[in-house]
Design a binder for this molecule. Sequence first.
Ligand SMILES: NC(=O)c1ccc[n+]([C@@H]2O[C@H](COP(=O)([O-])OP(=O)(O)OC[C@H]3O[C@@H](n4cnc5c(N)ncnc54)[C@H](O)[C@@H]3O)[C@@H](O)[C@H]2O)c1
Length: 245
Amino acid sequence: MSRLAGKTAIVTGAARGTGAVIAQMFRDEGAVVVATDIADGEGIVKLDVTSEAHWDEVVSGMDQLDVLVNNAAILHLGAIERTPADVYRQVLEVNLVGPFLGLRSVVGPMRAAGGGSIVNISSIDGLIGMNGISAYGASKFGLGGLMRCAALELGRSGIRVNNVCPAGGNPAMYAQWFDQMMSFMDQTAAYSDNRGIPGEVPLECIAAAALFLASDEASHITGVDLPVDGGAAAGVVIEGINSLE
Ligand SMILES: NC(=O)c1ccc[n+]([C@@H]2O[C@H](COP(=O)([O-])OP(=O)(O)OC[C@H]3O[C@@H](n4cnc5c(N)ncnc54)[C@H](O)[C@@H]3O)[C@@H](O)[C@H]2O)c1
């Protein structure tokens, strides 16, 4: 397949998880991919999304740039009273300032080339609220605002901006809370089962949504949240209701 043939893309946070799957899928579809991360990895270009200098270095070294996937993010779980201000700030810095810096860095080259596509990987937590996730949820809701404003500002330059909102990702993102979460696993399972299509969304489904929005197939789609969530944001399921006559 060659849905991204002739295109060059930057993917952030591509050393593992969703970003790695997106980078591979984009390559399989014919794109040249600059896979970046703050972490080391084979074929990974160093890019801390919070560093303006890193963005300048990576973008200025590219002859062509058609797609940016702002995928890198960090998570903090914990009640508001137990969320230190510096942790809250750091989550916003990586998850919200990072995509802004990326977007700002690519506008010039994309505008000069006549257009481009920016895909932010947001979350179900950017569409609905949840307890214990205030920093991350605020960052992802903020990303929805950034995406809408950027889409309206850049559309006339042929630059599209959209968000993919998955309910699922790499479990390693919340590994540090695994042990504590064991005590209420039944509740987290009930949460991810209360969807039109129960269960966590596979990384390939998230990457496929990013691929669609990056490709010319989505040439008139800008300013949207695309949930990849099995219907989680659509509402709640009460199974027994289905049995009513
Ligand atoms: N894990 C989930 O359950 C889940 C659910 C919904 C949405 N998401 C979103 O999916 C995206 C990918 O997350 P994932 O699930 O693959 O988790 P992950 O932790 O495997 O991937 C995040 C990547 O971002 C990188 N990163 C962290 N800080 C960075 C920085 N300052 N600069 C550059 N890279 C940095 C990490 O090194 C890592 O490779 C994120 O935007 C995340 O918010 C994840």
